[in-house]
Design a protein around this ligand. Structure first.
Ligand code: GRF
Length: 215
C-alpha cells in the first residue's frame, strides 16, 4: 500500500482511472489528497465525488516557482503523501519538491520519450510522420520529460488519424500503464539504477512490431 498525492490541472481522466482501479481493488494505493493549480479543474470534481480531500494552490498567490512548490510540499506532507503522481499537471516542478521526494515523483507523458517532449506532442508525432507513438511513465528529475523511464506503451499511428483520434488511442494506454506503474511502486518492485528502472519479476515482451504490417 502506498499513500499518494495526485497533482492535476485539467480534466483528470488519469486521476479517474487511478480512483477506479483503487475502488476495484486492483491498485494498492490510497489517494490522500488531490492538489490543483487551477480552481476550476474538472479533476477536482472527480476527487470530491469520491470524498478525496482537495487543495487548490494558485500560482498567482506566490512570488515564484519555489514558493509555490513549498506550499504544495506543505500540503503533501500534511496528508502523509509518500509518492507524488503528476496527472496532467501543467507546471514544471522545482528542486523544492524533487529534493523532498527524490525518485518519488512520477509523471505520464503522451509520447514515447525521449521523442516529443514538451507540449502538443500528439500533433508533433503526427506531423513528423512516425508510425508508432505511445506514452511513457517516468520518474521526474529536474529536466523536462527527461527522468528515468518506468513503463512505456506503444500504439500505431494510422493513416486516417487526427490529433484527436491519436490522442484518444494514447490516453487509453496512459490510463492502463499509469495505474500499473503505481502498483509496481506500491509492491516495491521498482529499482532505479542511474537512468534505468528495473522491474523485479517482470515479463519481457517478445518479438517486434511493425507498422504498416507485412502483407
Ligand atoms: C494526458 O495526456 C497526460 O499525458 C498529459 O496531460 C493529459 C492529462 O489528461 N500530461 P487528464 O487530465 O489525465 O485527462
Amino acid at each position: 500500500m502506498v499513500n499518494i498525492g495526485v497533482l492535476v490541472s485539467g480534466s483528470g481522466t488519469n486521476l479517474q482511472s487511478i480512483i477506479d482501479e483503487i475502488e476495484a481493488g486492483r491498485l494498492d494505493a490510497s489517494i490522500k489528497v488531490v492538489v490543483s493549480n487551477k480552481a476550476d479543474a474538472y479533476a477536482l470534481e472527480r476527487a470530491r465525488k469520491h470524498n478525496i480531500p482537495v487543495a487548490v494552490v494558485r500560482v498567482k498567490d506566490f512570488p515564484g516557482k519555489e514558493a509555490f512548490d513549498a506550499e504544495v510540499l506543505r500540503v503533501l506532507k500534511e496528508y502523509g503523501v509518500e509518492l507524488v503522481v503528476l496527472a496532467g499537471f501543467m507546471r514544471i516542478i522545482t528542486r523544492v519538491l524533487l529534493d523532498a521526494f527524490h525518485m518519488k515523483v512520477m509523471n505520464i507523458h503522451p509520447s514515447l520519450l525521449p521523442s516529443f517532449p514538451g507540449l502538443e506532442v500528439q500533433k508533433a508525432a503526427l506531423e513528423y510522420g512516425v508510425k508508432f507513438s505511445g506514452c511513457t511513465v517516468h520518474f521526474v528529475d529536474d529536466g523536462v520529460d527527461t527522468g528515468p523511464v518506468i513503463v512505456q506503451a506503444v500504439v500505431p499511428v494510422k493513416d486516417e488519424d487526427t490529433v484527436e483520434s491519436l490522442s484518444k488511442r494514447i490516453l487509453a494506454e496512459e490510463h492502463r500503464i499509469y495505474t500499473r506503474a503505481i502498483q509496481l511502486y506500491s509492491e516495491g518492485r521498482l529499482e532505479v539504477r542511474g537512468r534505468r528502472v528495473f522491474v523485479r519479476d517482470a515479463k519481457a515482451p517478445s518479438g517486434a512490431v511493425e507498422n504498416p504490417g507485412a502483407d
